[in-house]
Ligand binder design. Structure first.
Ligand code: DO4
Ligand code: MG
Length: 293
């Protein structure tokens, strides 16, 4: 079972989406209210949804026709890095100017006990399905990073899974790792959606297929796939480090790193469209726009 939000008369509506893509509006103000009410009633979000849609009719509209927004307003988005071998290779390419002739801190962090975790975004910088992600004006090498996102409560428990795009500037990060926040955080540099797949509905989160496609002038110019089975680390390990001496807010999203990197000569351009698909969750599609500055 997935949970989405869409706009109806400019107001957000929470809804459940079944495996058959039937949409059932829910009587909760948002995803976190659903979770809190389930806890108060000593049930689970899935059972509460099943109970409230039991006698309801689905919306007489297709999922595709709805104006989707982020499935929740994540107060903070954090991200783990170099959690897949492919990410380590791509960072080494950036850091060595393509020579790949040295051992780098990316090699070290891949093997270290402590994972890389960084602050990625706030609700105001994060966009939802079909909203534009922006390109930084001072970078010439920008890519999407398609990632599985963990939706957490304040205890660090995984409530569900969503799709995230950790937009990144390879040139800024490659010039100096201390520039990481600038390579990762700017207006509209993160997108989330289209749904939260309830954790209790997932049999094995280490078997999720991730696919990324980039379209330019209507033609597919990049396509890549990966699987969460290739992750170097476990989600519990990433959450454990995020929680250490930290305050986590309900609805925080932790992105789990990328394993899909476009070819090294590729950079995003104004007018491109990015699609990220994760099995069981859906497709997160965003147009790309040059930032207005
Ligand atoms: O080390 C920098 C960022 C890594 C990252 O974002 C990723 O591996 O997905
Ligand atoms: Mg990333």
């Amino acid at each position: 079972m997935r949970v989405i939000r869409f706009l109806e008369n400019s107001l957000p509506v929470l809804a459940a989406v079944t495996e058959e893509d039937s949409v059932y509006p829910l009587p909760f103000a948002g995803f976190l209210e659903l979770v809190n009410q389930a806890e108060a009633k000593q049930t689970t979000p899935l059972r509460l949804i099943l109970n409230s849609i039991e006698k309801a009719a689905p919306l007489p509209r297709d999922l595709e026709s709805l104006q989707l927004i982020t499935p929740l307003d994540a107060p903070e988005v954090w991200a783990a890095g170099v959690t897949y071998e492919r990410s380590k290779e791509a960072r080494n390419y950036e850091a060595t100017g393509g020579k790949m002739d040295q051992t780098t801190f990316y090699d070290k962090v891949y093997d270290a006990v402590r994972p890389e975790i960084f602050f990625k975004s706030t609700a105001r910088r994060t966009v939802g399905p079909n909203q534009p992600v922006y390109l930084r004006g001072d970078s010439n090498w920008q890519i999407p990073e398609p990632e599985l996102g963990l939706v957490l409560n304040h205890k660090g428990e995984i409530l569900g899974y969503t799709i995230g795009n950790d937009m990144s500037c390879r040139d800024i990060e490659g010039e100096n790792p201390l520039y990481l926040p600038q390579a990762k955080i700017w207006r509209h540099s993160c997108s989330l959606g289209p749904a939260v797949l309830l954790a209790e509905a997932v049999e094995d989160p280490y078997r999720m297929e991730i696919t990324c496609r980039i379209y330019r002038n209507g033609q597919k110019v990049v396509e890549g796939s990966a699987n969460t089975s290739q992750l170097k680390r476990k989600f519990a390990e990433l959450v454990d480090y995020l929680k250490r001496d930290n305050e986590i807010f309900d609805g925080t999203v932790l992105l789990t790193g990328t394993s899909i990197v476009p070819p090294d000569d590729f950079t995003l351009a104004d007018g491109d469209r990015i699609e990220i698909e994760i099995s069981g969750i859906g497709v997160l599609s965003n147009p790309v726009k040059r930032s207005a500055g």
